[in-house]
Design a protein around this ligand. Structure first.
Ligand code: CTP
Length: 265
């Protein structure tokens, strides 16, 4: 009877929060516990926290670093922690979008109510993005994708020798550039650019070269911006010019990025 009643509620548009699994008050083990308050709070936030101005939109967010294997033991990667991308995924979800978060390896918990696709290498990320791009309205490419990958990945551990060692590298596919070549009318592409010098000029060049609608640029050498921090200082670059944002939390930065993307949309 309870299950029938739950189905009826779903039919009338109510959202059912499934019970958690574990040891129940009756000493049975199974599905029937109250979900943790934090989980319930996430459901409440999903409905109430923000205006649903992305309702009906499909958004792809890429986040985190890629790992390029040298052998089964070593890989080449970078310092990205995924915080900016995860904040974007959360903001888009709270604003009502259907979000696919394509993420390299990070230590972060993925935001609830998003589709999370775990990838390792630049090639994996390329494939995961390409699979979903046709349906996407807005793409945020926050991931720090490797520009180079080892020319050969060894099946077995490379043993040390007396001599020095070089690892030959080949270029990876530039995912964002590829998306720029097949951008459909109305689709919004947003790339990211991290620089240590000539941030504005280099980032404006990326906007043109990759045929994207917006570049979110930051300077790694500015305190409060860059890898691993909970804050960021970014400049939003579009074809119409650029806007410098002040130091903000990555969550608020994500909101400002989404505002601009939505204006362009
Ligand atoms: N990007 C990508 N695929 C790659 C490399 C980068 O999609 N193989 C995307 C990133 O996700 C980011 C943007 O492109 O949105 C960064 O541009 P990129 O030209 O890679 O910046 P840098 O590598 O920092 O530029 P450069 O090497 O010229 O300094």
């Amino acid at each position: 009877i309870t299950q029938d009643n739950l189905k009826k509620l779903v039919h009338y548009g109510f959202e059912i929060i499934s019970p958690a699994t574990g040891l129940l008050a009756c000493n049975d083990v199974g599905e029937g516990k109250m979900p943790e308050p934090e989980i319930l709070f996430e459901y409440i936030l999903k409905h109430l926290a923000m205006e649903k101005d992305l309702a009906g939109k499909k958004v792809i967010v890429t986040a985190g670093p890629t790992q390029e294997a040298i052998d089964p033991v070593r890989f080449i990667t970078n310092h990205s922690t995924g915080k900016m991308g995860y904040a974007l995924a959360k903001v888009c979800m709270l604003r009502g979008a259907q979000v696919a978060l394509i993420t390299g390896k990070t230590a972060l918990a993925a935001p609830m109510f998003t589709e999370v696709i775990h990838v390792t290498s630049a090639k994996d990320m390329y494939e995961a993005v390409c699979e979903r791009i046709d349906k996407a309205d807005i793409v945020f490419k926050a991931a720090a994708v490797a520009d180079y990958t080892p020319s050969i990945t060894y099946d077995n551990k490379v043993k040390k020798k007396e001599s020095d060692l070089s690892v030959p590298l080949k270029r990876t596919d530039d995912i964002l550039k590829y998306l720029g070549t097949k951008k459909r009318p109305g689709q919004i592409l947003c790339g990211f650019s991290m620089e240590t010098e000539n941030m504005l000029e280099n980032s404006q060049a990326k906007l043109i070269k990759k045929n994207v609608d917006m570049i979110v640029a930051n300077n790694l050498k500015v305190a409060g911006a860059g890898f691993g921090t909970d804050t960021n200082i970014v400049t939003l670059i579009t074809k119409d010019g650029f806007r410098e944002l002040p130091l903000m939390s990555k969550f608020n930065t994500a909101n400002a990025i989404v505002d601009t993307a939505l204006e362009l949309y």
